[in-house]
Design a protein around this ligand. Structure first.
Ligand SMILES: [Zn+2]
Length: 378
């Protein structure tokens, strides 16, 4: 038994001091007053914040590796290790629009990574190619195509963890959306030019959320609320947010967060291979992407993923948006766990949960992580 002591622990009721989190066999077994630790091996966290480990639903790359370049177990391991230094204890390697055979390879690699217990991998995110060319962003338009029955079978085939699919709902049918949702695929609308009505209808037909709210979607106009308006008007729709202050203006993030229930917003990084490495450029499907001033842009000046990590995103929520740390932490863990349907396993510090944790220092920098009770110190 391991006892994590001397931390400000984020519990369901808020931060608590002078508690110890007891960990055994990869699970949190109890949270007790420090005086009740007994004979457990103690690890003193020196007053750090102890939060549920961050869960990132959208990670294209890290540590110099890009999932699209080589969808393999080794790439997933490299990306996971790079992001773990920033507090991520669960993530979905994310493949942007690709051909059928590459998608199949990505799903196979994630299945193998999960069965060989690569730390942190919780499933896969297939972002495109079933998207709208009008909102392709940095995706290769030549890859975009219609979703057919063979794709439906492939997208339903992982057999472990979660499969998140970003698609433009106006490019497919309500019956297909409902079918995928019934198969357990988590659907998110993104790279969509759908109208308010189309996206609102999709949210009633199996689509659970939207991918990087405001980016690569029909915008909120006062006479045509678009996909962004549909996401904010639907009380149940989850919204992924890139909180780097560049993808979405901080004022617009604040407006979105004020629009509806707090537990429908989740931080995603949309990170590229430069996160956790010193690269200042990389190749994305044959085009050079340059990293400058905290953003990634392709040769046309289009944003191509982000240069941000989860700990920095949480810090931005606090320092740039003025949110309490508790709320930022839930947006980075509790709410994405619920979005993915993994809340019984992760996203809270409570008995029975997997011991996936992150310790942040007073500057909100990640100092240590635990995945299934195994520690890594930064
Ligand atoms: Zn995207």
């Amino acid at each position: 038994m391991l006892a994590l002591t001397n931390a400000r622990v984020l519990l369901d009721e808020g931060f608590a001091d002078d508690r110890a989190v007891l960990v055994e066999a990869g699970r949190i077994v109890d949270v007790v007053p420090r005086s009740q630790v007994g004979g457990a091996k103690r690890e003193d966290l020196a007053g750090a914040y102890l939060l549920p480990g961050f869960i990132d639903c959208q990670v294209n790359g890290g540590g110099g590796a890009l999932f699209n370049d080589d969808p393999s177990v080794a790439t997933i391991r490299t990306i996971g290790a790079a992001h773990r230094r920033f507090g991520t204890t669960a993530f979905l390697p994310t493949l942007i629009s690709e051909d059928f055979t590459v998608i199949a390879r990505a799903i196979k690699a994630v299945r193998e990574a999960m069965s060989s217990h690569v730390p942190g991998v919780a499933g896969v995110h297939i972002e495109g190619p079933f998207i709208n060319e009008a909102r392709a962003g940095a995706h290769d338009s030549a890859k975009i195509r219609d979703l057919d029955t063979r794709d439906v079978a492939l997208l339903s085939s992982l057999g472990a963890g979660r499969t998140l699919v970003t698609l433009a709902p106006e490019m497919t049918t309500a019956a297909t959306l409902r079918h995928l949702a019934r198969e357990g695929v988590v659907l998110s609308a993104g790279h969509t030019d759908g109208t308010f009505e189309e996206v609102s209808a999709a949210l009633k037909n199996g689509v659970r959320g939207v991918t990087h709210l405001f980016n690569a979607m029909s915008p909120l106009h006062h006479r045509e609320p678009g996909a962004a308006g549909a996401a904010l008007a639907d009380p149940d729709c989850w919204c992924g947010l890139i909180v780097d202050g560049q993808h979405v203006h901080p004022a617009v993030l604040k407006i979105a967060l004020a629009a509806k229930r707090a537990d429908r917003f989740m931080i995603v990084t949309d990170a590229m291979p430069n996160v956790g490495s010193d690269q200042d450029s990389f190749m994305l499907q044959g085009r050079r992407v340059t990293v400058k001033g905290g953003i990634c842009v392709d040769e046309t000046g289009t944003l191509a993923g982000s240069a941000i990590d989860m700990a920095t995103s949480v810090r931005n929520c606090v320092e740039m948006l003025g949110l309490p740390l508790e709320r930022a932490a839930r947006m980075a863990s509790t709410y994405p766990a619920e979005f993915l349907g993994l809340e019984a396993e992760m996203g809270r510090i409570a008995p029975g949960q997997r011991a996936n944790l992150v310790a942040l220092d007073a500057k909100l920098e990640a100092r240590a992580t635990w995945i299934d009770g195994q520690t890594l110190t930064a």
